[in-house]
Design a protein around this ligand. Structure first.
Ligand SMILES: *Cc1c(COP(=O)(O)O)cnc(C)c1O
Length: 389
């Protein structure tokens, strides 16, 4: 007799909110300026304090955070930026827009993140930066990546869109490199509708970011790159402040939920399932997704469809490898040969992850009651056994 299905209404909301959000939104509405002023500045100060950097700047998205970091970091046309072969594809556009050339590298088969080992062989005289990207429920090993970068005189920018609150070797993810970018898009653990933030400890870079963020007629110093309008509204700032106040509690709940899910899955003795591996020095993991690796499944599409139906929440595959994204194909004439070649480079583990061996549960699942998590774990094991048996 199998475990019964879970009704989607049983899961927690992805973004809890209450009187505090309303109070701050009302305050923002009553302010004299609805654009990037006191609320956003307050969030920036609080966020910088939270992660432990000197500066933070709110921007409209995680994608623009990466774009502006590349500009402030001084990228020159044609220089390469290293990204994992599976990632959110908007980062490709952020790099292209900055004049850079994206170059993909493989991921580690157990952590599903890029590593110094997978990055090393792609370094060349054109490499400008490594976009160290923490994916799903794990982190890149940052000591190794920072050592490799400093030995080769290249910049580290961290794409921490999926790892708000993760801590490694006593430092927040996003604060290891010259710049760290976060996203407050609706799908992220901390959200304010849309938005993002750049953190840095470099005062001169922060000044450059301020110049890039806003065009002012009286400006006496022109930025090195063409500035734009990268401000956000006070309403985003207001919601972000209130959501940040909830964050530590949510992180603790997620960590507890992940531990329980992991324990129940492993206790059932399934030899087919492994949990996405975290670095040894990971002190705290924030979960954009709880990610599982499955052995012996040729194509995970069916299992994912059935699991979504039975769990009552959307289970997904890891990202499609960049080399397989057909969106890039109609515009191939637009790219020069090197960009096209780089985007088409295939990577064994990225391809394997997409074809078969991984599924992702959304973060809010981890905040559910223990009994629900136990049921979910049983359903997962039952289905995996059915499909691999
Ligand atoms: C969400 C995300 C981004 C982009 O953030 P937006 O705010 O949607 O622009 C970049 N990188 C990763 C890894 C992401 O998950």
């Amino acid at each position: 007799m199998g475990v019964s299905n879970i009704d989607e209404r049983n899961w927690p909301k992805s973004h809890p909110w209450g009187p505090r959000e309303l109070e701050l939104l009302e305050e923002a509405l009553g302010g004299n300026d609805w654009s990037h002023t006191s609320m956003c500045r307050e969030f920036e100060a609080k966020f910088a304090r939270f992660v432990g950097t000197a500066y933070a700047l709110m921007v409209p998205s995680g994608t623009s955070a990466i774009y502006l970091s590349l500009l402030a970091g001084g990228i020159k046309p044609g220089q390469e930026v290293i990204i994992p072969g599976i990632t959110w594809p908007s980062v490709v556009y952020a790099i292209l827009k900055s004049g850079g050339v994206p170059r993909t590298v493989d991921i580690d088969p157990d952590s599903f993140c890029m590593s110094a080992k997978t990055i090393k062989r792609s370094l060349n005289e054109k490499t400008f930066a490594i976009l160290a990207t923490h994916l799903f429920g794990s982190q890149c090993e940052m000591n190794d990546i920072c050592n490799l970068a400093s030995k080769n005189g290249i910049l580290v920018i961290e794409d921490a869109a999926q790892s708000i609150g993760s801590i490694q070797d006593s430092r927040h993810c996003g604060t290891w490199g010259s710049f760290g970018s976060f996203s407050w898009n609706d799908k992220k653990v901390l959200a304010c509708g849309e938005g993002g933030v750049i953190v840095t400890n470099d005062g001169a870079a922060y000044e450059e970011l301020l110049r890039l963020q806003l065009i002012l007629p009286e400006r006496d110093r022109i930025p090195r790159h063409v500035p734009g309008t990268y401000k956000v509204s006070e309403f985003q700032g207001a919601v972000a402040i209130a959501q940040l106040e909830r964050l530590e509690r949510r992180l603790a709940k997620m960590a507890k939920g992940a531990k329980l899910l992991e324990k129940i899955i492993l206790d059932q003795g399934s030899q087919k399932i492994a949990i996405q591996k975290k670095p040894d020095k990971s002190d705290l993991q924030s979960y954009y997704n709880f990610c599982l690796k499955i052995d012996g499944v040729e194509d995970s599409s069916r299992i994912i469809k059935e699991l979504s139906a039975r769990l009552g929440c959307r289970v997904t595959k890891p990202y499609k490898p960049i080399s397989k994204i057909s969106d890039f194909k109609p515009t191939r004439e637009y790219y020069d040969k090197r960009i096209w070649r780089n985007l088409n480079e295939t990577h064994e583990i990225c391809d394997l992850a997409y074809r078969s061996l991984c599924l992702r549960l959304p973060f809010f699942v981890l905040e559910a009651e223990d009994t629900l998590l136990v049921e979910a774990a049983r359903i997962i094991v039952e289905l995996v056994e059915e499909h691999t048996g």
